[in-house]
Structures are given as structure tokens and as C-alpha cells.
Design a protein around this ligand. Structure first.
Ligand SMILES: Cc1cc2nc3c(=O)[nH]c(=O)nc-3n(C[C@H](O)[C@H](O)[C@H](O)COP(=O)(O)OP(=O)(O)OC[C@H]3O[C@@H](n4cnc5c(N)ncnc54)[C@H](O)[C@@H]3O)c2cc1C
Length: 409
């Protein structure tokens, strides 16, 4: 009997072992190297559009504000200005400011704001044993945070290299590594709050022949001379610092490239499914005894009316008005949403636009149609949908998938 059940167990174990890659392939989360993945062409047309969301990245040339000040008898720890990287850096950045709160030895903490930065800060403070109340104008599902793209982009418009300096580069590395590790704890949960996707970058010319944008001529206006970012080359890129833990992109050969475009790269991209993840974070916060008070502040002096001795200030772009902080500038971005499609679990970048299949829909975003790079949207605070931008981005993928349908499966 023992031998029989052992043999049965071994068969079952082998079957379940074999079924793991099969299940992954069926879900098309990751393709098997050396084979042609069968990616379904997507139904991407303007007549499928369900929503256009516009958001302002809260950008500071020197990187996020993390300093501490005294306002009356309150210790106020600022925590805003995460540019295009707030989702990605949230846990690591929260860990740094909660460390500052812990050094006061106070147990009761107020967090201002309930975007991704406020909510992860609140949870991190709870995990450090603090009693937390969030005071906020809006809750996570209605904040700017949920108007983002929602993928791992930890150095997207996070700072300018020179004003931020080398000190910020190492702080950034600390934040990015801590966040990456924390996000791994949220993988494989019901509803896939955090997930991975194969993301393909396509090009009509070989990647090694894609021209780099020309460096600005010496003496051109820059941040130092104007107080505002002036060209894409000024934006910091820190990805090299963490390349040992982030899946690399592979250039595909023709036998692995399912697209009707000559050149393709593929990387395994971490993504944030806003609905499932936001719901989970709010539930965790309430389960740990957190409280939320809906309240708008007009000046930091109003923090003096709170009962908590420590205030962590996470108002995102709202800090420009609340703290009169003009070092915080808007970088406009728009995402366009279509219904989710069954079995469609990949992302594509092509001709300056991005598409990403998520549980809450297919996200299409115009990245750069003009060659301006990271300067696209800088200082643009127009927070209203631009339908023509949506049409152009969606048109790129409509054309791509129309060409793909003609290909053998
Ligand atoms: C198009 C686009 C795509 C993006 N894609 C990504 C991505 O793929 N990956 C990534 O990591 N990041 C991305 N980002 C960046 C990311 O969305 C932001 O960095 C992040 O949302 C900032 O979060 P936050 O909590 O600081 O701000 P918010 O989400 O704006 O939250 C601020 C909170 O403070 C409250 N508040 C503000 N003012 C007051 C006040 N006066 N009184 C009381 N409460 C107040 C608000 O109600 C809100 O609850 C993207 C941004 C854009 C625009």
C-alpha cells in the first residue's frame, strides 16, 4: 500500500510539476524561449474606448521631498514628488519616511493623502507598530495615482541627474530594491494584484541602429540656467544600479517574433493591477485598525489642529497648492482604456505608443510622437482628456493588429 501510494504520489507530483509551465503558457504570461508565442491579436479600435484618464506626474528636479520640519509642536515629514515612479518606488520610499517617524518615538501618526504614496506609507507605519489615521481629500480609487499606466518604471521622470546629485542615486537604489522585494510578497494572490507580463518592444530598424537623440549643443538652456527642465538628456536614469535583480530584455530572432515588424525585444515586466491591488491595500489598512478621515487642508498650519504628534505629508501634486511648493511641477500624461480581453496578457511598445493588457482593461498610452522624450508633458497641467491623442495611439495598434491577423497562427 505504501509503495502504491508513493508511486501515485510521484505521478501526481510529476503531473503537477509538468502542469506549471503548461498553465503559464496557457495564460501566456511568459513565452518559452526559442518558440513562437501564439499571441492573439487584440481588438483595439476607437469604438472600443471605455475611458480616458489624465494625470499629472508630481515632478521635482531634485527628486521627492523627504525632509522633516516642525510646524507648531508637530513633527511634519514631507513625502511627495515621485514623478512617473510613484507606484514603483512606493514601498521603499515609505520605508525611509517611516524610519524618520519612528525616530520621534511617537506611536500616533497622521498621514495626509491616500494615493499610492499615502496608503503604502500608512501601511508601513502600521507594520512598524504605529496607530495611523489617514486624512485625505480623496481615497485611492479617486486619486491621481489610479490614472497612471501601472508598471515597474522606477526611474521614470523621478529627478534630473544634476540637481538630484549622486546622493539621490544611492537613495533611489535603496528605495527601488526595497520596493521590488516588497512587491514580490504580493505575487500569486487571488485577483493578481501584482503580476508579470511579457512586454514586447518593436522596431522597424535594428535596435543597434536606432539613433540616439542628439545631445543638446554646449551652452543650450538647461535647468541650471532656467530653473525648469529643458531637454530629455537632463532626466536621471538609474536602471543600471539594479540590473542584477530586474529581468533583462532579450532581442528575439525571426523564429520567436510573433509580430509583423522586423525587430522585437521581449522583457518580463512587473505590473500593478490597480483595482485588485488598491482594494487589497485599503483592506489591509482597515484590518490593522487604520482610520480614514475625509478632510481637505489649505495650508500646512492646519496640521497643528490634528491630535497626532507626527504628520507624514503625502499630497502628491496637491503639494504645489498646499505647501506653495513651486519646485513641484506637473508632467501631464494620459492613458486610454479598452475592455479587458480574455487570454490577452501581454504588452507592446511601438512607434512611440505603449499598450498593456491588465485585469481592469487594455491600457493604451501615447509616450512620445515628437522625439521630445521625457520632455513630453513637462509643465503641462491640462488635466482634461485629449481625444486626438487617444486616436493616434490606438491607431498605431489597430494597424499593427490588422497586419498580424494575416499571419499564420
Ligand atoms: C500617465 C501616467 C502614467 C504613470 N505610470 C506610472 C507607472 O507605470 N509606474 C509608476 O511607478 N508610476 C507611474 N506614474 C506616476 C504615479 O502615478 C505617481 O508618481 C503617483 O501616483 C503619485 O502618488 P501620490 O500618492 O504621491 O499622489 P496622488 O495619487 O495624487 O495622491 C495624493 C493624495 O493626497 C490627497 N490630497 C492632495 N491634496 C490634499 C489636500 N490639500 N488636503 C487633503 N488631501 C490632499 C489626494 O486626495 C490624494 O489622496 C504615472 C503617472 C502618469 C501621469
Amino acid at each position: 500500500m505504501f509503495a502504491g501510494s508513493f508511486a501515485l504520489g510521484a505521478v501526481a507530483a510529476r503531473n503537477s510539476w509538468a502542469s506549471v509551465p503548461a498553465a503559464a503558457a496557457a495564460l501566456q504570461r511568459t513565452a518559452t524561449p526559442g518558440t513562437m508565442p501564439h499571441l492573439p491579436p487584440l481588438r483595439v479600435h476607437m469604438n472600443q474606448l471605455t475611458d480616458i484618464k489624465v494625470c499629472l506626474r508630481p515632478f521635482r528636479a531634485a527628486g521627492p521631498r523627504l525632509d522633516v520640519e516642525k510646524i507648531g509642536d508637530k513633527t511634519v515629514i514631507h513625502h511627495y514628488g515621485h514623478g512617473g515612479s510613484g507606484w514603483s518606488l512606493s514601498w521603499g520610499s515609505a520605508d525611509i519616511v517611516v524610519g524618520k517617524a519612528a525616530s520621534t518615538l511617537e506611536k500616533r501618526v497622521a498621514v495626509i493623502g491616500c494615493g499610492v504614496i499615502g496608503l503604502t506609507t500608512a501601511l508601513t507605519a502600521q507594520r512598524a507598530g504605529m496607530d495611523v489615521t489617514i486624512y485625505t481629500k480623496d481615497l485611492l480609487p479617486h486619486t491621481r495615482s489610479v490614472r497612471a499606466n501601472g508598471s515597474w518604471t522606477p526611474d521614470s521622470r523621478i529627478a534630473l541627474t544634476k540637481p538630484a546629485g549622486p546622493g539621490f542615486a544611492s537613495l533611489w537604489e535603496q528605495m527601488a530594491r526595497y520596493s521590488w522585494k516588497t512587491y514580490r510578497d504580493y505575487l500569486g494572490l487571488p485577483g493578481n494584484p501584482i503580476d508579470f507580463r511579457d512586454s514586447y518592444t518593436l522596431s522597424d530598424t535594428p535596435f543597434d541602429q536606432t539613433p540616439e537623440p542628439p545631445a543638446p549643443p554646449a551652452g543650450s538652456p538647461d535647468y541650471a540656467s532656467t530653473g525648469k527642465p529643458q531637454n530629455s538628456a537632463e532626466f536621471a536614469e538609474y536602471g543600471e544600479l539594479i540590473k542584477d535583480i530586474i529581468p533583462n530584455a532579450d532581442v528575439l530572432d525571426a523564429s520567436e517574433n510573433p509580430f509583423p515588424v522586423a525587430h522585437a525585444k521581449r522583457k518580463n515586466l512587473m505590473i500593478f493591477n490597480f483595482g485588485a491591488y488598491g482594494h487589497l491595500l485599503l483592506s489591509e489598512f482597515f484590518q490593522a485598525g487604520g482610520k480614514i478621515v475625509v478632510r481637505e487642508f489649505h495650508t500646512p498650519a492646519e496640521f497643528k489642529t490634528l491630535s497626532e504628534p507626527v504628520v507624514i505629508n503625502c499630497p502628491g501634486y496637491g503639494a504645489r497648492a498646499l505647501c506653495q511648493d513651486e519646485s513641484l511641477i506637473p508632467i501631464r500624461g494620459q492613458t486610454n482604456w479598452l475592455p479587458p480581453q480574455a487570454n490577452s496578457l501581454y504588452g507592446v511598445r511601438y512607434k512611440g505608443a505603449a499598450l498593456l493588457c491588465k485585469t481592469d482593461g487594455i491600457m493604451v498610452q501615447a509616450l512620445d510622437f515628437t522625439g521630445l522624450g521625457d520632455m513630453v508633458g513637462v509643465n503641462n497641467s491640462f488635466e482634461h482628456p485629449d481625444r486626438s491623442e487617444a486616436e493616434k495611439a490606438i491607431g498605431i495598434f489597430e494597424d499593427l493588429f490588422a497586419r498580424m491577423k494575416g499571419q499564420p497562427a
